[in-house]
Write a protein that binds this ligand. Sequence first.
Ligand code: F6P
Length: 359
Amino acid sequence: MRLALSTGGGDAPGLNAVIRAAVLAAVNRGWEVLGIKRGFAGLLGEDDVVPLTRESVRGIGHLGGTILRTSNRGNPLHYLRPGPDGSPVAVDRSDELIANARALGIDAVISIGGDGSLAIAQRLHEKGLRVIGVPKTIDNDVSGTITTFGFDTAVNTAIEAVDKLHTTAESHDRVFVMEVMGRDAGFIALHSGLAGSADVILIPEIPYDIDRVCEKVRARDRVGRSFSIVVVAEGAFPVGGRASTLGASLPGETIRLGGIAEALARQIEQRTGKEARSLVLGHLQRGGMPTGYDRLLSARFGAAAVRAVAEERWGHMVALQSPRIVTIPIADVLASPKRVDPQSDTVLTAREMGISFGD
Ligand code: F6P
């Protein structure tokens, strides 16, 4: 068996722990392992394919990032190349990719990625490549698995930031609006806001009304709590409005979300007269050492993916359905992205504790 690993999309803490577990589990079966560099670029002649051995994965389990590097562009099914007039034209390079994999004697690919990479993996599987998926994203928006690795680390990073904001907010009687990642899902905001004792949590799944947000700030003032912490998901939007986006993005890149925290801070300041400041936590959430939870989940996912290869469960993704790790068809996973359920126990808990969702 000659197995190849690929990491695609935004990085997430735990990627190296998955790689390490998969390599060790494969090598211990007597298999050969290759690493495809930078998503699938290594199979398109745009980067390398390198051997992965016990030595290559020594001491990486606790490190953030990915030793294989990654990319949120270069989708082989929609690969952008300069057209005759210089503007980008999309071409499908999947046949070339599969031919290159065959030429290298690759028997199976473990594709570690979020919804975008899993969609690519599914298409390559339909075209005959033997693929197993591993769900990765700090956003936790992949369905079929209780959680993805990287999410716990991102939440803990956000909680640490909320804790730090609390002390300065209280010292200065200020409102702080902290923007966290998550794209169209509010899991990071919900979990870090609840665990970090935020006063307002704004998520895409519950459109907000700015008047309600300000009401909460004023209500706290009236009872002598003259500071407030708002945790807002980057994809949150007001009732009848749209998520805030940043102008710049490169060809082939998903549109960048951002700017909501500063916009909200200005609105809150104007309406309540209280000093309001914003903080964008940004890529700090994607970096650093994975938590113990994420390392363990990553190790289980990596080893389970190799088991799935041994069992020839092509087109499946490993998933956590506690207490078991199972495999489910990638096609089923892609059918419905996971979002925060506004009726969930976690949202209910926050409401019962007096946290406002701005609705
Ligand atoms: O999907 C992970 C994620 O970090 C999102 O939360 C965020 O919107 C996006 O990636 C940012 O991507 P990039 O690093 O390409 O700007």
